[in-house]
Write a protein that binds this ligand. Structure first.
Ligand code: ATP
Ligand code: MG
Length: 425
């Protein structure tokens, strides 16, 4: 890639997070490339490449190539209204957000040797494990409020501290987050939660005042409750890093299902995922007692769809592990529940309407039950019976019971609409 740019007479550098992570000895997921070649020129140097955005970033062979630029005029505390291309790598590095993101490796042209270009001493900050804004921090956060979230995310992911002046500027500009779209906030927060040590990100946001604007519901929790949520969050992230449902449910568990769901929709988590997390949040706190009958275990299993059950058990386990210092027997108790659930699964115990030996059509055609809510009510009653006693789940038994339930419902319906009582004097 760089060879091609150099060979075409251009300067070309690796920049940004890739250089940062490589210098830290961490795996690099994506490289960004910066060059003095103009976008039209990049398109010609790399046949088959295409524009990635309206700022002239080109996507070539899976990598993003951006022409050196100067940003200016940030009217809305977000993206610049105009960019000016530049011939100078130093100008390009000066507009970047953090010193550790403003290190370039490459060469000025075909004849020059490759070297690190690091005008803001990003390497010094990598050594000191510090996140520091490039240039005047107050101005940099004022220009672009998204940098607040980027600074938090990168400090948390690397387990770096935030340099004091940078931290003070973040505090001063925390309210500017309102200029960042909910989509961007959502994607940054979700990236924070997918990175190592997600509780650090929430703590940085709380310390700087950013949490009050992004996740006020968490900000409002009493400290002890927040601390418990964050412990659960880290445990979930550590043991099940790829399970976003679990991580979100761990973080938002103390808010209750309704609030958790509205937070997730605001963070632009899809509706189905938000529903799944809300179900987990609703079901996880129910205490399990070893005195539960098998029917209680089955009723509990029915609280979430079968595909969510493993995550529900994992969430319970993580919550129990977080509570273990105060309740040392909690994890063992959860293991006991998991074992009993497994036994029910092995027995293929019916837990949902779909597993019943009859369906709505049977009730209509065999018993002549009229279309309408009565059908659903009867099926629910049958399911409750079958969960209590799985051996009832045969067609004959259920049809018999259904006709009894139907009689009972009709009777009740009649008395409800029966002759009006005489008015009380
Ligand atoms: P990662 O990819 O690990 O999340 P990154 O630092 O590579 O982190 P990118 O979004 O890929 O993040 O951005 C690449 C580089 O572009 C950054 O390292 C930084 O130099 C610069 N950059 C990105 N967003 C901004 C911004 N809002 N303000 C200033 N510079 C930015
Ligand atoms: Mg990157």
């Amino acid at each position: 890639m760089l060879d091609t740019l150099w060979g075409a007479g251009h300067g070309g550098y690796l920049v940004g997070g890739g250089v940062r992570d490589a210098l830290l000895g961490m795996p690099v997921s994506d490289w960004d490339i910066a060059t003095d070649a103009r976008p039209e020129r990049i398109l010609r140097v790399f046949p088959g490449s295409s524009y990635q955005n309206r700022f002239g970033t080109v996507l070539a062979r899976g990598l993003e190539i951006t022409t050196f630029r100067r940003d200016h005029r940030y009217a809305d505390h977000r993206r610049p209204d105009t960019v000016t291309f530049s011939q100078d790598i130093f100008e390009d590095l000066a507009r970047r957000d953090l010193t550790i993101n403003a290190i370039a490796w490459g060469r000025r042209g075909p004849e020059a040797g490759s070297r690190l270009v690091d005008p803001a001493d990003g390497q010094g900050d990598l050594q000191a494990r510090l996140v520091r804004a490039v240039g005047d921090p107050v101005r940099r956060f004022d220009e672009d409020a998204l940098r607040l979230l980027r600074a938090v995310r990168i400090a948390a992911k690397l387990d770096f501290a935030i340099e004091p002046m940078t931290h003070a500027a973040m505090v001063a500009h925390a309210a500017d987050i309102e200029w960042v779209s909910e989509e961007r906030i959502g994607s940054e927060v979700r990236r924070m939660l997918a990175a190592p040590g997600p509780s650090r990100a929430i703590r940085f946001m709380a310390d700087t005042g950013i949490l009050a604007t992004t996740l006020p519901e968490l900000q409002a929790l009493p400290e002890a409750t927040l601390a418990r949520s964050l412990e659960t969050l880290d445990l979930a992230a550590e043991t099940h890093p790829a399970q976003e449902h679990l991580v979100l449910a761990a973080l938002l568990g103390e808010l209750g299902p309704e609030t958790a769901r509205s937070v997730l929709l605001r963070l632009r988590v899809g509706g189905r995922d938000a529903d799944a997390v809300a179900l987990l949040v609703a079901a996880a706190p129910e205490p399990y007692l070893s005195t539960w009958a098998d029917a209680d275990v089955r009723r509990y299993m029915g609280r979430v769809p079968a595909e969510l059950l493993p995550e529900l058990l994992e969430l319970r386990f993580v919550r129990a592990a977080a509570a273990a210092p105060a309740h040392p027997d909690a994890p063992a108790r959860e293991a006991g529940l998991a074992e009993r659930v497994e036994r029910q699964q092995a027995a293929a115990s019916p837990l949902t309407l779909g597993a019943l030996a009859v369906d709505g059509r049977d009730l209509r055609e065999t018993l002549g039950v009229p279309e309408g809510p009565v059908i659903g009510a009867i099926l629910e009653r049958l399911l409750a019976d079958v969960i209590e006693e799985p051996s009832l789940n045969t067609r004959m038994t259920l049809l018999t019971r259904a006709s009894l339930i139907l009689d009972e419902l009709m009777q009740r319906g009649r008395s409800a609409t029966g002759p009006a009582r005489p008015p009380i004097r």
